[in-house]
Design a protein around this ligand. Structure first.
Ligand SMILES: [Zn+2]
Length: 175
């Protein structure tokens, strides 16, 4: 039995006990979360959210890609979310390679080069990565002035630590 068959069997059990068919489309807590896809992170559980409370947008690294921004913009403008949270985490696989290494490996393995994806968004500095995603979201022209905060989730303790916005040094502003 494949994993897909196993999870389909699990869904039969889930549907047999299903009792949340009456949920509204807009998230009840008016929150959208952008998080890494890491399998150790249960976004709803770690934030005390229930089904129907929030939009959860996930990708490798918790990156504010064109597509993640698309979802956040729809989330706010069409479905009424009023706060955004970005979650990266300790021990993230995205710091274990570089874009060029992965691209070289894929081209060697397959014998092909490809137009897309043109970035894998690997990164080195976790805090800087969080700040960068928060900034990309905050300063997008279609995102109004709503709270956008960034966090690092510790996969060993379950704790969330906030990454505060970097304030430019005066010397940089004057340069
Ligand atoms: Zn990750």
């Amino acid at each position: 039995m494949s994993i897909t068959d196993e999870v389909l069997a699990a869904n039969k059990e889930y549907a047999a006990k299903f009792d949340i068919g009456g949920l509204a489309m807009p998230p009840a807590r008016k929150l959208a979360v952008l998080a890494c896809m890491d399998a150790r992170i249960n976004v709803e559980q770690l934030l005390g959210l229930k089904t129907g409370d929030a939009h959860i947008i996930r990708n490798a690294g918790g990156i504010a890609t064109e597509d993640a921004l698309r979802s956040l913009i729809i989330s706010h403008h069409l479905l009424g979310t009023q706060e955004f949270i970005v979650i990266n985490h300790t021990d993230c696989g995205m710091v274990t390679f570089t874009d060029n290494q992965l691209l070289d490996r894929l081209e060697e393995q397959t014998g092909f080069s490809a137009v897309s994806p043109n970035h894998f968004h690997a990164f080195v500095d976790l805090e800087r990565n969080v700040r960068r995603q928060v900034s990309r979201i905050k300063h997008h022209p279609f995102v109004p002035k709503i709270p956008v905060r960034g966090f690092i989730y510790d996969v060993k303790t379950g704790k969330l630590g906030e990454v505060h916005e970097h304030r430019p040094h005066a010397s940089h502003q004057n340069a």
